[in-house]
Ligand binder design. Structure first.
Ligand code: SF4
Length: 105
């Protein structure tokens, strides 16, 4: 299971509890937690601690539209190695800048 598969699932839902996410995706809870931590570090999701029926979990929300920053996300990026063609942050930035420049937004 790739991080982007999990991200696509979260985006489809908009918001989901972490305790439901790993069950619905059929992945190990620890692996799910690591994937979500990476997605949070990439700025693709927000995790908010919450308690549901006495169980502590996280409410996961997809970040759909980042603030337009004229600098690409590579500035200050914490990744030590990357594949720009596979980078979701860079992809979102390119599309956001493209939409702003075309005046569609
Ligand atoms: S392409 Fe993505 S992962 Fe690589 S430096 Fe830029 S923002 Fe970071």
């Amino acid at each position: 299971m790739k991080d982007d598969d999990v991200l696509a699932f979260i985006r489809e839902r908009g918001e989901i509890l972490q305790k439901d996410l790993w069950k619905e995706m059929g992945i190990d809870s620890r692996k799910c937690s690591k994937i979500l931590k990476r997605l949070e570090e990439r700025g693709m999701v927000e995790r908010e601690k919450t308690t549901v029926d006495g169980v502590v979990t996280f409410r996961i929300t997809a970040i759909r539209k980042p603030e337009l920053n004229h600098l690409p996300p590579c500035f200050g990026c914490p990744e030590s190695y990357c594949e720009p063609a596979e980078c979701e942050k860079l992809d979102v930035w390119v599309w956001t800048v493209g939409i702003k420049m075309s005046g569609e937004d």
